[in-house]
Design a protein. Structure first.
Length: 150
């Protein structure tokens, strides 16, 4: 596979099953309810600018995705911050630049919309994700995410 054989495009509602399938391959568990909620927010709400993409192989098969949100506030005013909350690449296509291509397209799309910062939350004890995001120019923010177990 070469870099030009992968096409990046905006996500469509028809990509649901492919996205869910990739996520299940990676995590070994179904998160159907999560993706139903994400797709509903992305495609049935007018408060968000489309900012989610898929990567397609030459045969049209979806092999990766990136999902984020750019909230459009009152009176159509965009926020200067966006979130990247979900990314996945089919294990067969990992370590081949697909994730980087998805992030690059996502970032360029947000820049055109006037976004100045992108936030992503990852688990501190996931060194692979830390390395991946670091290699894609993400750095620790100046805020701390606090939690309380109940």
């Amino acid at each position: 596979m070469n870099d030009s054989s992968i096409k990046i495009r905006l996500m469509k509602t028809e990509d649901f099953e492919a996205v869910l399938g990739i996520d299940e391959k990676i995590l070994k568990v179904s998160r159907q309810a999560y993706y139903e909620m994400k797709f509903e927010k992305l495609f049935e709400t007018k408060d968000y600018l489309p900012a989610s993409f898929v990567a397609e192989a030459e045969d049209g098969k979806v092999v990766g995705y990136i999902m984020g949100e750019l909230y459009m506030g009152q009176y159509g005013i965009f926020q200067e911050r966006a979130t990247l909350d979900t990314i996945g690449v089919d294990p067969t296509y990992q370590r081949k630049g697909v994730g980087k291509r998805l992030i690059d397209e996502f970032i360029q799309h947000l820049k055109k919309a006037g976004v100045k910062k992108v936030n992503a939350l990852i688990s501190w004890n996931n060194p692979q994700l830390m390395l991946f995001f670091g290699a894609n120019q993400f750095t620790p923010s100046k805020t701390i995410n606090l939690e309380r177990s109940l």
